[in-house]
Design a protein around this ligand. Sequence first.
Ligand SMILES: Cc1ncc(COP(=O)(O)O)c(C=O)c1O
Length: 369
Amino acid sequence: MTIPLTDVTPLLWQVTPNPEPTSVEEREKILTDPGFGEHFTDHMIDICWSAQGGWHRPRVSPYGPIQLEPSAAVLHYAQEVFEGLKAYRHADGSIWTFRPESNGRRMQRSAHRLALPELPVEYFVESLRRLIALDGDWVPSAPETSLYLRPFMFAKEAFLGVRPANKVAFYLIASPAGAYFKGGIAPVSIWLSDQFSRAGVGGTGSAKTGGNYAASLLPQSEAYEHGCAQVLFLDSNEGKYLEELGGMNVVLVYSDGTLVTPASDSILEGVTLDSILQLARDRGHRVEQRPVSLDEWKAGVASGDIVEAFACGTAAVVTPIAQLKGRDFSIGAADAPAGELTMSLRQELTDIQYGRADDKHGWLTRLDS
Ligand SMILES: Cc1ncc(COP(=O)(O)O)c(C=O)c1O
């Protein structure tokens, strides 16, 4: 793939190894039970951007606090985007990531919507390699574990006027992640948010930007209060069509094997969703991306036409949905078992990611060489 590097010259990286890295014993202890997003590796990457100078001064430096002026635009107007992908350790010890160009391109689309500069995809992927070069030992090797990679970009210009910032920073940090489902995959109950929307037509729903997640926190708390793991949002216009969960896309499976997933301009285009749909197509399943109403889900389950439902995203890969709960209805049952197709697609995708199956679509990129 070639990306025009219009405003960049080949960047010279400054590398400052952490003088006090985590001890081997401490790191191994963390890696036995890393949780999610709690521990961070010894280094981070940052690349500056200015309206005058474009992308410059890429650095690898010790992980640590960022200095920002209190007037930094991101703290006031949330001009920010981020990404999430993983590094996987294969059985031979090598370290790989999954479709990083897709995340790099999505970050460009998110940046465009938030009036931020677009980081060339080459730099995005190179930053992953540079971090792994120093922090590769942080990629765990137990089943279903990974190193979660979190690229993000924000407006750092010290200026209170409401306009796109002229100074921006791209960062990459990494955090070891344990198996999402300890002790086996457990189907989840999800809560239908009937009062709150996540995003609206023409808004920022299809961008991976912090504001969308801030908007999902209150409904997410409501989900917890109702004993649900996640919240499902409907379209903000009519409150009729499925959008997505707070951090995952949603898929329904019909009894004839057709997979149906919502098409909407206000949902995030998931890399996991795209991959799962491709694997399903490869097996001969029909795939439909179209508006899907809540009524269709209710009627389909009642008639027996809809036989499985699942959510998908980088963090949990594929999560079977046992039940959808609303204020005055529920679909399915809290103890419903995971769907067969759901589980076999999950297995196929994780087998590719962990190097146990043929990477027939060329989705893997090696990071440690
Ligand atoms: C709102 C939202 N939808 C969908 C997804 C799934 O996207 P992906 O499969 O690229 O992780 C995510 C996770 O990144 C998300 O935050």
